[in-house]
Design a protein around this ligand. Structure first.
Ligand code: ATP
Ligand code: MG
Length: 601
């Protein structure tokens, strides 16, 4: 392609609405343009990158025996009602774009395709002989993200590869899951990315787990905890660790103490001269279940620990049946306004006790009349502890479970693992922290969807069984931008060769110089013929501008038909290293072929 004929517009300055380097660079280099919040046009250079990523994804998927298909983006609401996700996706999370068509039917723009694929499986899979089966597609997904940001990283319209596998049993699922683990690792490696596969939260579905593939970058929205021995890595949402040892309590007898102005753990510790590990901290949450029931949740946890709200959400989902519900719609820390809605009198905020009276809750049909009391494991073993006295300005000290205060029935593990904690698999290993961009997520679904939607098969014994499922997603457009986030310098993008929009750019410093132009044209033709995807900068611009633009758009190899021509050579510059060397004209094609081959190995 000739630059003189391309829509080639680069910006000198950083666009105001871009925060992270990759977003700024893709805008400046003319790869993308913002059309609306979380909505982007992929311009020709970007589209080439996306197609290269897609091709690598396809090759790795096909190598596992998965088959490509294309599912509809418009999805009838009824399918989502069958799976029970219509309300969660349209109301609770509100992530699904839903609309009403001219027939007055509700439809949605697909954010994901478990419902559609399960419908197909229900219709078409009859027997164990048809299993296992794995279908995938590459497609634009729609999600009404609350905070679309960072360009393609979190769009409201983005390209995903999603695949769904069906199995007779969990061993078969495990095998495909393991294959996907390898396929995903291959995809990211081939795209030239530094990444880490980490244990991830699977929500309340359970199953035997899920793995996220994190591209390592400072701008990543996710935190990963890992150990140096390489044996443990998990998303902080899922991570486990050993809590540090607590200190022996300085209190030996139970007493109520006036502790004015001590609403925080730090202030209590200062006032009472004790360690945060001597305190039982009580954190109040409010959750709404999908049947509209509001439940007040009191979590008791050791004072030096924090609650992991993802783990808490999972526990609350498990308890949904106790409230005749299936799932939770929201979880929040009730502020003064929401407290007023259900509290009979002002709560002793900052001084709440684990056994706070249920009388604080107004009788109402859609509010559970008792606190749901959960205690984290870190608080269970405490002796002579300090905790709120349920009166503003007072704590109790020297308290013991089941002597003065009843131990809550439900014991849970919902503390947040933190960098610096000791690892569970080997206490001599200390958790380290890194930031990552989630590029892919593989997931053992089990029978959640097949059971809800009644998708079954007949096994060898003639019995009807629910299909066992897995699902596997990779964010193609996010991954492409993540590559830039990992690879750039002050002059612009440095594309990994495998996904660069073009391999090479022939820069003609002065198009009015006939020899420069002729050699440029010739190399341009020869390189393309040899399969080296090459641009020709034949614009009537100053050489400096052309060099700057070539650096900005990040093409791996730049060939300059300049001064060296007098010796029958051209200058070839590698974008990543800025290394320049003069190469005889007749060796340019073979040299580049070698370099490219080496780079995409
Ligand atoms: P996140 O936690 O980042 O919102 P997710 O858990 O919702 O991601 P999945 O539903 O597992 O993501 O989707 C599979 C992949 O699609 C993700 O790993 C990610 O690469 C990509 N993806 C998800 N949401 C977006 C988005 N809004 N914009 C771009 N890519 C996305
Ligand atoms: Mg999401």
């Amino acid at each position: 392609m000739r630059l003189s004929q391309m829509l080639f517009v680069t910006l000198r300055d950083d666009p105001a609405d871009a925060e992270i380097p990759s977003h700024k660079l893709l805008l400046r280099a003319g790869y993308i343009r913002r059309i609306g919040a979380g909505i982007y046009a992929y311009l020709p250079l970007m589209w080439r990158v996306l197609q290269k990523v897609s091709q690598i994804v396809r090759e790795e998927m096909n190598a596992t025996g998965a088959q490509e298909c294309l599912l509809p983006q418009l999805q009838p609401a009824d399918l989502w009602r069958e799976s029970g996700r219509w309300d969660t996706y349209t109301k609770a999370e509100g992530i699904m774009f839903a609309l009403i068509d001219r027939r007055d039917q509700q439809v949605a723009l697909g954010p994901t395709h478990e419902e559609v694929i399960t419908y197909i499986a229900r219709d078409m899979i009859r027997s164990y002989r048809q299993l296992p089966l794995h279908l995938y597609q590459l497609q634009t997904k729609f999600r009404d993200e609350i905070r679309p940001r960072f360009g393609l990283m979190r769009g409201r319209e983005f390209i995903m590869k999603d695949g769904y596998s069906f199995h007779a049993d969990s061993e078969s699922l495990q095998k495909t899951y393991d294959d996907m683990y390898i396929a995903y690792s291959n995809m990211l490696r081939r795209c030239g990315l530094k990444f880490r596969a980490v244990e991830a939260d699977s929500g309340a579905i359970g199953g035997s787990g899920s793995t996220e593939f994190m591209v390592l970058a400072e701008a990543g929205e996710d935190e990963v905890l890992y150990t140096e021995d390489g044996k443990y890595a998990a998303n902080v949402e899922k991570a486990v660790s050993l809590a540090g040892d607590g200190e022996v309590s300085p209190f030996t007898s139970y007493e109520k103490r006036e502790t004015p102005g001590t609403e925080t753990i730090e202030k209590v510790c200062n006032f009472l001269q004790c360690s945060p590990t001597n305190i039982v901290k009580n954190v109040l949450y409010q959750t709404v279940y999908d049947n509209g029931m509001t439940v007040l949740v009191l979590v008791s946890i050791r004072g030096d620990q924090e609650v992991n709200e993802v783990k808490l959400t999972n526990e609350l989902t498990k308890l949904a049946a106790n409230y005749q519900a299936k799932t939770i719609l929201s979880l929040s820390v009730p502020d003064a306004d929401s407290q007023e809605k259900w509290a009979t009198k002002p709560l002793p905020v900052g001084y709440i006790a684990p056994d706070i009276s249920d009388d604080y809750i107004k009788p109402a049909k859609n509010i559970a009349n008792k606190f749901l009391r959960l205690v984290d494991q870190t608080a269970v073993g405490l002796k002579n502890f300090v905790t709120g006295a349920d009166i503003s300005g007072y704590h109790v000290v020297g308290a013991n479970w089941n002597e003065q205060i009843k131990l809550p029935e439900t014991i849970v593990d919902i503390r947040k693992a933190r960098p610096g904690d000791r690892a569970v698999h080997d206490p001599s290993q200390i958790l380290q922290s890194a930031r990552g961009i989630e590029a892919g997520h593989i997931f053992q679904l089990g029978t959640k969807y097949s059971q809800a939607m009644n998708a079954t098969y007949t096994n060898e014994q003639g019995e009807e069984k629910p299909l066992v499922m897995g699902c596997y997603g990779v964010g193609v457009s996010r991954l492409a931008q993540a590559a830039v986030e990992q690879s750039y310098d002050k002059d612009g993008i440095i594309w990994p060769v495998a996904i660069a929009p073009y391999h090479a750019i022939v820069t003609v410093p002065n198009i009015n110089d006939t020899e420069q132009m002729e050699v440029g044209e010739k190399l341009y033709t020869e390189l393309n013929k040899a399969g080296i995807e090459t641009l020709l900068d034949d614009r009537n611009e100053r050489a400096g501008v052309k060099f700057k633009d070539a650096d900005l758009i990040g093409i791996p190899y730049r060939i300059v038909t300049g001064k060296a021509l007098k010796d029958g050579k051209v200058e070839v510059v590698q974008r990543a290293t800025k290394q320049a060397q003069e190469i005889p004209l007749d060796e340019v094609v073979s040299t580049l072929q070698n370099w490219i081959q080496e780079a995409v190995k």
